[in-house]
Design a protein around this ligand. Structure first.
Ligand SMILES: Cc1ncc(COP(=O)(O)O)c(C=O)c1O
Ligand SMILES: N[C@H](C=O)CCC(=O)O
Length: 422
């Protein structure tokens, strides 16, 4: 019996998160035994150069010695106390230093919790119910946000999930990412009802789509004019596209920021934070309730802090951007040589690959027009060549500091072979 068949006897679909299941690319998911640096080692005995990086957290590569050491040290002191610890203060301080828009920050255990709590806080603060999100953006799986969502929901063809009460979904207004005029019109029509706008400042759950010039600026201006809360969901982009996240890169200050992935260095951590005035509405300071038995878990805080300290090294992100450039240039040349219509987006350590001749891809409808069948063939050809990409045409890829120039060159060599046979 295969490991996947065995898993499927006890776990729905054999996986604990749907996008892992290889449903759209076909075949059975790899079972991973261990990982080190830029490589994952599968139970079938093969090793792969990994561009999933646990969906973003592993910016230092897998099993980075500094992170593993502090995790081992902290674990020996006890796994969880359900009471304050100094290590959570230090991580909170570091987050506030790296992202100056964050004056107070609350730790949670996942990105989903972070965005769900930020939405509740924005509604509680403004006394309004409607929220604006963008089609193809994914903000975790809380009910209000699983409407026209990206990531696994899009991959599996259920962007608006059954089980979300229609009365609740009616409060979620979904607009087209990068369509400035549409957002302006929506605010003109109902600005006084909108509690918040939540946006991935670089969309990473419909492949990788950066904002067009003026899009984030327009969101900032409209939220200011209508007293709505602007939430940057930086679960994916935070600490990745720049040390201070997309808000540093584009020079825009959101009112609230949600974080996940890198902030836990591979352990389950999320966070939401922002303007003091808004964050003071959270219990116990204010009436908006939010809590968590394992929130601020000391082992997870230690992993997160060690990760943020390591990536604070001078020119860390410049080096990451250089590696990603090398990868993207190599892949683009390989596709051109093989005459395969191919387009790319990348921002520092995250990237997107599109099987289309449209360049650049900037809108959800353009993402949806790409050749998914060709992506699926490319995915399997790369797997055969020893390169592990996200098993979906709608996910961003991630480069880590462990991807050195030689590994990138090996990846490009693999792609030359893959492009020639898709
Ligand atoms: C932008 C964004 N927001 C929120 C989430 C939800 O995070 P988590 O999977 O940790 O719940 C994700 C990833 O899943 C994400 O990419
Ligand atoms: N795209 C998702 C997060 O960014 C993938 C992670 C998951 O849902 O399992």
């Amino acid at each position: 019996m295969s490991l996947f068949t065995d898993a499927s006897r006890y776990i729905p679909g054999g996986v604990n998160s749907p996008v892992r299941a290889f449903r759209s690319v076909g075949g059975e998911p790899l079972f991973i035994e261990r990982a080190s640096g830029a490589h994952i080692f599968a139970a079938d005995g093969r090793q792969y150069i990994d561009y999933v990086g646990s969906w973003g957290p592993m910016i230092l590569g897998h099993a980075h010695p500094d992170v593993i050491r502090v995790v081992q040290e902290r674990a020996a002191l006890g796994l969880s106390f359900g009471a304050p610890t100094q290590i959570e203060t230090r991580l909170a301080q570091k987050v506030c230093e790296l992202m100056p828009s964050i004056e107070l920050v609350r730790m949670v255990s996942s990105g989903t919790e972070a965005t769900m709590s930020a939405i509740r806080l924005a509604r509680g603060f403004t006394g309004r119910s409607k929220i604006v999100k963008f089609e193809g953006c994914y903000h975790g799986h809380s009910d209000s946000l699983l409407v026209k969502a990206g990531s696994g929901a899009l991959t599996l063809g259920v962007p608006t999930s059954p089980g979300v009460p229609p009365e609740l979904a009616a409060h979620t207004i979904t607009l087209a990412y990068n369509d400035i005029a549409q957002v302006q019109q929506t605010f003109t029509d109902m600005g006084r009802e909108i509690a918040c706008v939540i946006v991935e400042p670089i969309a990473g759950n419909m492949n990788c789509v950066p904002p067009v010039p003026g899009f984030l600026e327009a969101l900032r201006a409209l939220c200011d004019r209508h007293d709505s809360v602007l939430i940057f969901d930086e679960v994916m982009t935070g600490f990745r596209v720049a040390l201070g996240g997309a808000q540093q890169l584009y020079g825009i200050k959101p009112d609230l920021t949600t974080l996940g992935k890198i902030i836990g260095g591979g352990m389950p951590v999320g966070a939401f934070g922002g303007k003091r005035e808004i964050m003071q509405q959270i219990a116990p300071l204010g009436p908006v309730y939010q809590a968590g038995t394992l929130s601020g878990n000391p082992v997870a805080m230690a992993a997160g802090l060690a990760t943020l300290e390591a990536i604070s090294a001078p020119s860390f992100h410049a080096a990451l951007a250089e590696r990603t450039n090398q990868l993207i240039e190599g892949l683009s040349l390989a596709a051109r040589t093989a005459n395969v219509p191919f387009s790319t987006n990348h921002v520092c350590g995250m990237f997107g690959l599109f099987f289309t001749d449209k360049a650049p891809v900037r809108y959800f409808r353009e993402v949806m027009a790409c050749n998914v069948e060709r992506f699926n063939r490319f995915f399997h050809a790369m797997l055969d060549e020893g390169v592990y990409l996200a098993p979906s045409a709608y996910e961003a890829g991630f480069v880590s500091s462990a991807h050195d120039a030689n590994l990138i060159e090996s990846t490009v060599k693999a792609a030359r072979a893959a492009f020639s046979r898709i």
